[in-house]
Design a protein around this ligand. Structure first.
Ligand SMILES: C[S@@+](CC[C@H](N)C(=O)[O-])C[C@H]1O[C@@H](n2cnc3c(N)ncnc32)[C@H](O)[C@@H]1O
Length: 311
């Protein structure tokens, strides 16, 4: 079994999948003339036949792939991952899960590519503009009232777009050199790409030209984040299910929890909230909300601030 590589790399949704199978309306039965006194015993849920309303099962090949990549197969919602199976087969150039499994057994070095195709890594610079506007105009200013720099962590950073976006905000505020930034993801390929800081022109198309020119350099047919920006960020390949995050003033946990079963996402929220310094900010995806009971106050859509637990 391959385990998640936890080396530190230091460089020198839309929610498109929500699938509800629906519950078919039952045909109306004629009302009984009188209520029967005895009801039949309610069958134990395990005895109930699987109907179309039962939650979909994770495809056995997807479960096998996650387990062999050192991840918890039960942690993931099945519908979005099951939809990715054709993409995994295409990436491996195989026609069936059986053939793909055989290929991966013989060539375990292909596992990262297969995992890369299975886990959704969609990201973009300044994704959800309002969240970044809030941080630029209010959040960072309030953090910097009592700090010379900020510690930032992105949990599920994918190719790094969101962390480079924060790095640009910190550079604009003149505190990048005094700040620490850490990007964590379980996909080695994503972490490698993020640490290289190479992006296609299409990925930078929405970015203001002045930011693009200041923070990126055209290298051949792609853009590369400038050295000072890359050197400001550390990258780490790790599984959020077990990772203990460092103390941070700003944590981005965006568009990851939507892919996780609530029971597995809850301890991750918990650990991230514990790592957040008092007054620190936690940013979520549009469709995500931290579970109730955590000392967090929503201060703007998708922006939460850690309350002083002592008060
Ligand atoms: C949809 S992307 C979100 C990227 C970015 N946070 C954003 O919102 O633009 C979800 C990321 O979570 C990562 N991920 C999923 N499960 C993970 C786990 N158990 N540990 C670490 N990262 C995980 C995936 O590899 C993927 O890069």
């Amino acid at each position: 079994m391959t385990t998640v590589d936890t080396r530190i790399f230091k460089t020198g949704s839309a929610l498109d999948f929500v699938h509800f199978s629906g519950v078919e309306a039952r045909p109306r039965l004629p009302r009984p003339r009188h209520t029967p006194k005895l009801r039949p015993p309610v069958p134990h849920t395990a005895d109930l036949p699987l109907t179309s309303a039962a939650p979909a099962q994770l495809d056995p090949f997807a479960a096998w792939l996650l387990t062999h990549a050192g991840l918890h197969a039960n942690a993931y919602r099945s519908a979005p991952l099951n939809r990715r199976l054709p993409a995994v087969l295409r990436r491996l150039r195989m026609h069936s899960p059986e053939a793909a499994r055989k290929l991966l057994r013989a060539n375990p070095e292909l596992l990262p590519a297969a995992l890369d195709a299975l886990l959704i890594g969609v990201s973009s610079f300044f994704r959800d503009t309002k969240v970044f506007d809030y941080m630029r105009e209010s959040g960072l200013r309030s953090l910097l009232q009592s700090r010379r720099g900020v510690s930032v962590m992105s949990a599920g950073v994918s190719n790094g777009c969101e962390l480079y976006s924060v790095a640009m905000l910190l550079a604009e505020a003149g505190v990048l050199e005094r700040s620490t930034l850490l990007g964590v993801d379980c996909r080695t390929d994503a972490i490698k790409q993020a640490s290289e800081g190479r992006f296609q022109g299409s990925e930078l198309a929405e970015m203001q030209q002045c930011l693009r020119e200041q923070y990126f350099r055209l290298e051949g047919t792609s853009y590369r984040a400038r050295t000072f920006l890359r050197h400001a960020i550390q990258w780490r390949c790790a599984d959020l299910m077990t990772y203990i995050p460092p103390a941070s003033d700003l944590i981005l946990f965006r568009n990851v929890a939507i892919y996780l079963e609530d029971g597995f996402a809850a301890p991750v929220w918990d650990r991230l909230c514990s790592a957040l310094t008092t007054g620190g900010f936690l940013l979520t995806g549009k469709a995500e909300k931290p579970p109730p009971g955590l000392p967090l106050q929503c201060v703007s859509p998708s922006v939460y601030r850690k309350k002083d637990v002592a008060s």
